[in-house]
Design a binder for this molecule. Structure first.
Ligand SMILES: Nc1ncnc2c1ncn2[C@@H]1O[C@H](COP(=O)(O)OP(=O)(O)O)[C@@H](O)[C@H]1O
Ligand SMILES: [Mg+2]
Length: 201
């Protein structure tokens, strides 16, 4: 079923293409903006701003907590009833070192605040924390899709696989446009969006 959207698109393939194109363009604009650099790292407000920036033209729920319960495979994300408490608890988690930052990311993923677009917005949020706290980012083009998804599926129970995978892909090239653009394409590829290359947008 196609998600209700502001563009009135009812065809799933068409919506996927339009969503990818618009939200990738928005992600690139956000990455280049002074506003993004000034956002406070690791807060829910910043994650909501990222989500809103990406999906504002497409979905009414952009930047807003979801009101429905959602799951993926066997895993049920935080109940919509307790979502506000959940994200506020996660935002208070420390983020001083690599392990703390990944643990915070794992918990924000368990919350899954939005109806859709959690993976893509949260990876930008994670890099924003890494950049501000450690002067590093993840080179997502060096993180294999299947390993990543398996590690995230495992992460609510055991976070060692996701820690190991991300640690191996850390880079200090935090302002490298090519690493960002290829990483954005990788992040979209994890979610099966691969019709556009960021470099061509
Ligand atoms: N079974 C699972 N358990 C925990 N996390 C999961 C599971 N399946 C997917 N994820 C995480 O959720 C993300 C996808 O969330 P989603 O809201 O669909 O984002 P997007 O719309 O950007 O694809 C994945 O990238 C992964 O990090
Ligand atoms: Mg999705």
């Amino acid at each position: 079923m196609t998600l209700k959207n502001k563009l009135g698109i009812e065809n799933q393939v068409e919506l996927a293409h339009v969503e990818e194109k618009i939200s990738k363009q928005n992600a690139i604009k956000l990455w280049n903006s002074a506003e993004f650099k000034e956002m406070s790292a690791g807060t829910f407000e910043t994650l909501a701003k990222i989500h809103k920036a990406l999906f504002e033209e497409i979905y009414d729920f952009a930047g807003k907590l979801r009101g429905e319960n959602i799951s993926n495979g066997n895993f049920r994300f935080a109940s919509a009833l307790y979502l506000r408490d959940a994200v506020l608890t996660v935002e208070k988690m420390p983020q001083k070192n690599f392990n703390e930052i990944v643990e915070k990311y794992v918990e924000m993923n368990v919350a899954h605040p939005f109806r859709e677009g959690n993976g893509r917005s949260m990876r930008l949020w994670l890099d924003h924390i890494f950049k501000s706290e450690l002067k590093k980012v993840i080179d997502w083009s060096n993180v294999d899709k299947n390993f990543y998804l398996q590690a995230m599926e495992r992460s609510p129970i055991n976070d060692s696989a996701i820690k190991k995978l991300l640690a191996a892909a850390l880079t200090d090239k935090v302002d490298d446009r090519e690493i960002f653009m290829n990483g954005l394409d990788a992040s979209y590829f994890y979610e099966n969006y691969f019709a556009y290359r960021s470099e061509d947008l």
